[in-house]
Design a protein around this ligand. Structure first.
Ligand code: AMP
Ligand code: TRP
Length: 337
């Protein structure tokens, strides 16, 4: 039987952080053992907000290198750059023409990002979820491992496939597009900011102290954790609505140290914030050390990294073109001869 297919991506908009790793990429590493896996660097999504052209290509390569450093095996998984496969933009256009405007107006992430952008909101930012649906639907994807924040975008992709494509242009026996399922981890799906336990850790937060970059030095990691927001209670605990920072940092400690939530809750129940932060900093530095060492090796060998991305592109493109042709035909576009 054919393996189920997995696709996911991260934007090359800055350095990846603990949220990206623990909420998404960590899950990819496991899935590649049992699924056919595609992981793209979504540079077309990145330009929905202004990017420095000097940095975009560099960040695209370094994001691909970090995938590998985190454990994605390029011999097993296809790693590719979204803009290398024009079918993504093409399918996005076809889906634009069949997606109702009022579905798009409900998108929470657009509203949040638009507020941050002020007067400078592009049509691309509004369109972002349709491009994401195109990414997913092009590969007949079964499962999409993402963080909690992407749940609504996944729902949109499902609705487009089911209600706007399959039910209108397909038949029950032969659906045109596969309807994907989201895969959101129980733990780590929403890592919060270090400076505010009520806000998610994000690349776009203006404060660098709000997040831990996967490539931050041990000294910087320790400094950021020491400065992280705490509260006036003693001891750490889960599930106290008045203590979002305790919940977040204890949760991080549990995932990073590989111990159960019960066990860290017992261990940290009556220790001081100061002592806890040192334990968390040590655990974080230790868990990122092998990723950082591997990243340094990979990023040095530009030719090899580019070769992996090219191989990933070849495989992905074949699949993408097949789906695109199928949809164009169903929509009635004249095939070239
Ligand atoms: P982005 O940084 O927006 O390109 O996100 C890439 C992936 O990381 C997506 O699957 C997100 O859902 C996930 N992600 C981003 N931020 C967080 C966070 N703070 N906690 C958990 N997952 C996250
Ligand atoms: N929107 C996702 C994010 O910011 C990134 C993304 C783009 C993605 N295309 C995708 C994730 C396809 C999964 C599948 O987190």
């Amino acid at each position: 039987m054919a393996l189920k297919r997995v696709l996911s991506g991260v934007q090359p908009t800055g350095s990846l952080h603990l949220g990206n790793w623990l909420g998404a990429i960590r899950n990819w590493v496991e899935l590649q053992k049992t699924h056919e896996t595609y992981f793209c660097v979504v540079d077309l999504h990145a330009i929905t907000v202004s990017q420095d052209p000097q940095l975009l290509a560099k960040n695209t390569l370094s994001t691909a290198a970090l995938y590998i450093a985190c454990g994605i095996n390029p011999d097993i998984s296809s790693i590719f750059v979204q803009s290398h496969i024009s079918a993504h933009s093409e399918l996005c256009w076809l889906l634009n023409c069949i997606t109702p405007l009022n579905w798009m107006e409900r998108m929470i992430q657009f509203k949040e990002k638009a507020i941050k952008q002020g007067d400078n909101v592009s049509i691309g930012l509004f369109n972002y979820p349709v491009l994401m649906a195109a990414d997913i639907l092009l590969y007949d994807t079964d499962l999409v491992p993402v963080g909690e924040d992407q749940k609504q975008h996944l729902e949109l992709a499902r609705n487009i496939a089911q209600q706007r494509v399959n039910s209108k242009y397909g038949t029950n026996e032969k659906p045109l597009l596969k309807v994907p399922e989201p895969l959101i981890m129980k733990q780590g799906a929403k890592i919060m900011s270090l400076v505010d336990g009520q806000n998610k850790m994000s690349k776009s937060d203006p404060s660098d102290f709000s997040r831990i970059g996967l490539l931050d030095s041990p000294e910087l990691i320790t400094k950021k954790i020491k400065k992280a927001k705490s509260d006036s209670y003693s001891g750490l605990e889960f599930n106290n609505p008045e203590r979002p920072e305790s919940d977040n940092l204890l949760g991080l400690y549990s995932i990073i140290s590989g111990q159960s939530r019960d066990s860290v809750a017992k261990e940290c129940n009556d220790i001081s914030w100061g002592k806890f932060k040192l334990m968390l900093a040590d655990a974080t530095v230790n868990s990122l050390e092998p990723i950082q060492a591997k990243y340094q090796e990979i990023i040095k060998d530009d030719a090899c990294l580019r070769q992996w991305i090219n191989i990933g592109k070849e495989k992905a493109e074949e699949q993408a073109q097949t789906t695109l042709r199928r949809l164009k035909k169903a929509l009635g576009m004249l095939p070239p001869q």
